[in-house]
Design a protein around this ligand. Structure first.
Ligand code: SF4
Ligand code: SF4
Length: 180
C-alpha cells in the first residue's frame, strides 16, 4: 500500500561565510530581541548567534546556538576552505564545557536559537540586521509521511495553545527547567 504523504513547512537560516565581515550586528539584534523587557538591553553575551572569529586570518563564522551537550567531543578535525583553516568548533553551535559561548551570563543556563518564533511571525532578527546578506532566511515545503505529520500536528496545536495562553518566553523557560 502506498504511503500517504503531506507537506511540512521548513524554516532555515543559511550562512555564507564568505560575506560575513564580523560586524556582530546579528549578535546585538538577537540579544536585544531576547532581552526582558524586549529591546531593553544589548549584550552579545546573551545572543543566540555568535561570530566565531580569527581576525588575523580574516575568518568570521556566524553560528546559531543549538542543543546543550554536557561533554566535550574528542577528535576535532580541521578544514581548509578557500585557503583558510577552520576547526570543527568553528561550525559547532552546541553550548559545551570547552568554551564560554551560548551560556546565559547570569543564570549559566544554555541558550538555544528559537528562530525568533513569535506571533505574528517575523523574519529572524539576525537576518534583518545583517547588511551583508551573509545570513538569509528560507521557507519551503518538504514531503513527509502523513501519519507522522498528523501526530506532530497534534503536538504543535497543543504547543500553540500553550504559547497563546502563557507566551513563548514562559514556555521556553519551562522547557529549559524540565531539561535540567
Ligand atoms: S533566529 Fe532569532 S533567536 Fe536565532 S540567532 Fe537569529 S536572532 Fe537569535
Ligand atoms: S551581521 Fe552579518 S556580516 Fe555582521 S557579523 Fe553577523 S553575519 Fe557577519
Amino acid at each position: 500500500m502506498a504511503t500517504k504523504t503531506a507537506t511540512k513547512l521548513v524554516k532555515e537560516i543559511r550562512v555564507d561565510i564568505s560575506k560575513c565581515t564580523g560586524c556582530r550586528a546579528c549578535e546585538m539584534a538577537c540579544s536585544a530581541y531576547h532581552a526582558k523587557p524586549r529591546y531593553s538591553s544589548i549584550n552579545p553575551a546573551r545572543s543566540r548567534i555568535r561570530v566565531v572569529s580569527s581576525e588575523h586570518n580574516d575568518e568570521y563564522v556566524p553560528i546559531r546556538s543549538t542543543d546543550y551537550t554536557p561533554s566535550e567531543c574528542n577528535g576535532r578535525r580541521t578544514y581548509v576552505i578557500e585557503g583558510k583553516e577552520y576547526s570543527d568548533c568553528s561550525f559547532c553551535g552546541s553550548p559545551c564545557p570547552s568554551r564560554d559561548l551560548f551560556f546565559e551570563p547570569d543564570s549559566g543556563l544554555p541558550l538555544k536559537c528559537d528562530m525568533c518564533e513569535s506571533i505574528p511571525e517575523i523574519i529572524p532578527m539576525c537576518v534583518q540586521a545583517c547588511g551583508e546578506s551573509a545570513l538569509t532566511y528560507h521557507k519551503y515545503d518538504v514531503m513527509v509521511d502523513a501519519k507522522d505529520q498528523e501526530r506532530r500536528g497534534g503536538i504543535e496545536i497543543g504547543l500553540e495553545n500553550l504559547v497563546n495562553q502563557y507566551g513563548v518566553d514562559a514556555i521556553l523557560e519551562g522547557l529549559k527547567r524540565m531539561q535540567k
